[in-house]
Design a protein around this ligand. Structure first.
Ligand code: ADP
Length: 271
């Protein structure tokens, strides 16, 4: 399957050209492999809901006509499973769309303060029983180079996880601060936590620490891969620290834009 061009070493342009072509072929091969892996993962992920759905439907077929309770249960469970598949499809689309983000998005800037406030308000509205310690230390007018909806999507994913894996202590910290160069956002919960071995893998697609538990909460294992790809594409960083049984902290950093120029690039240029 090695499609590379083989040419004995020589000192001319043709040799240089083959080197470049080979590099390109390698990249195409890597891309094809990634696509293949993705299709394999997706097929694997769809197998469970499809099998569950089949189970409910055959219950319905066998006993549904005579037993109204079975009828009701099977229909409800089937609908629930279908909803789960819909959210899986939506998240898979989101993940592939991240890879197609183009310059139109990459050149956008977002004012942080109002967005941060709005995300906080939305969370409070959805989860009124949660204690949210809100700490806004964002300089007025600060902007970051990211498409607004993408930053919102990342924050919603982290907050949604903080909620889903909160355990008994319904409390989270949501904090943001800026300096000349960076915006930092922290989402901290006091929930179930993540074991050290799992920590490196939570950003992998379809990875769930506890499949059964996550499934029950509607988790597909795609949220964090979407969030980390987005942050990576906008040249930010996302990190996680966690202690099992005491909670988890996710931290995002994104470059601040000053006078239309990314703060970190500006300092690069003057060096
Ligand atoms: P999911 O849809 O399953 O939540 P994610 O990609 O968002 O998928 O997260 C991957 C896995 O990482 C989750 O299944 C969960 O096991 C773990 N995880 C994510 N966030 C947290 C958190 N705040 N606390 C504990 N575990 C978490």
């Amino acid at each position: 399957s090695d499609s590379r061009i083989k040419l004995r070493k020589r000192n001319d342009e043709i040799y240089d050209l083959t080197i470049n072509i080979n590099k390109m072929l390698d990249r195409m091969q890597a891309y094809t492999n990634q696509q293949k892996e993705f299709v394999e993962d997706v097929s694997h992920e769809l197998r469970t809901p499809v099998a569950v759905l089949e189970g409910h439907l055959s219950m319905l077929q066998r006993w549904g006509k005579d037993d109204p309770e079975v009828l009701n249960d099977s229909i409800n469970s089937s609908l629930q499973e279908l909803k789960r598949m819909q959210s899986l499809i939506q998240e898979m689309l989101d993940l592939t769309r991240v890879e197609q983000i183009d310059n139109e998005y990459l050149s956008q800037t977002t004012e942080v303060k109002p967005l941060f406030k709005q995300v906080y308000n939305d969370f409070k509205m959805l989860h009124p029983d949660f204690v949210v310690n809100y700490d806004d230390d964002i300089q007025d007018g600060s902007e970051v180079r990211i498409y607004r909806n993408h930053l919102e999507q990342v924050l919603v994913i982290l907050l949604d996880n903080a909620f889903k894996y909160s355990g008994d202590r319904k409390e989270i910290n949501l904090a943001a601060s800026t300096n000349e160069a960076l915006l930092e956002i922290v989402v901290q919960d006091y929930g179930v936590g993540i074991a050290k071995n799992d920590l490196k893998r939570v950003f992998n697609r379809f990875y769930r620490v506890d499949k059964a538990r996550s499934r029950k909460r509607g988790g597909n294992g795609l949220g964090l891969s979407i969030a980390s790809r987005l942050i990576e594409i906008y040249k930010g960083t996302i990190t996680v620290e966690s202690v099992v049984g005491s909670g988890t902290v996710f931290r995002i950093e994104l470059p601040i834009v000053q006078d239309g120029i990314d703060a970190d690039q500006e300092s690069d240029d003057t060096n």
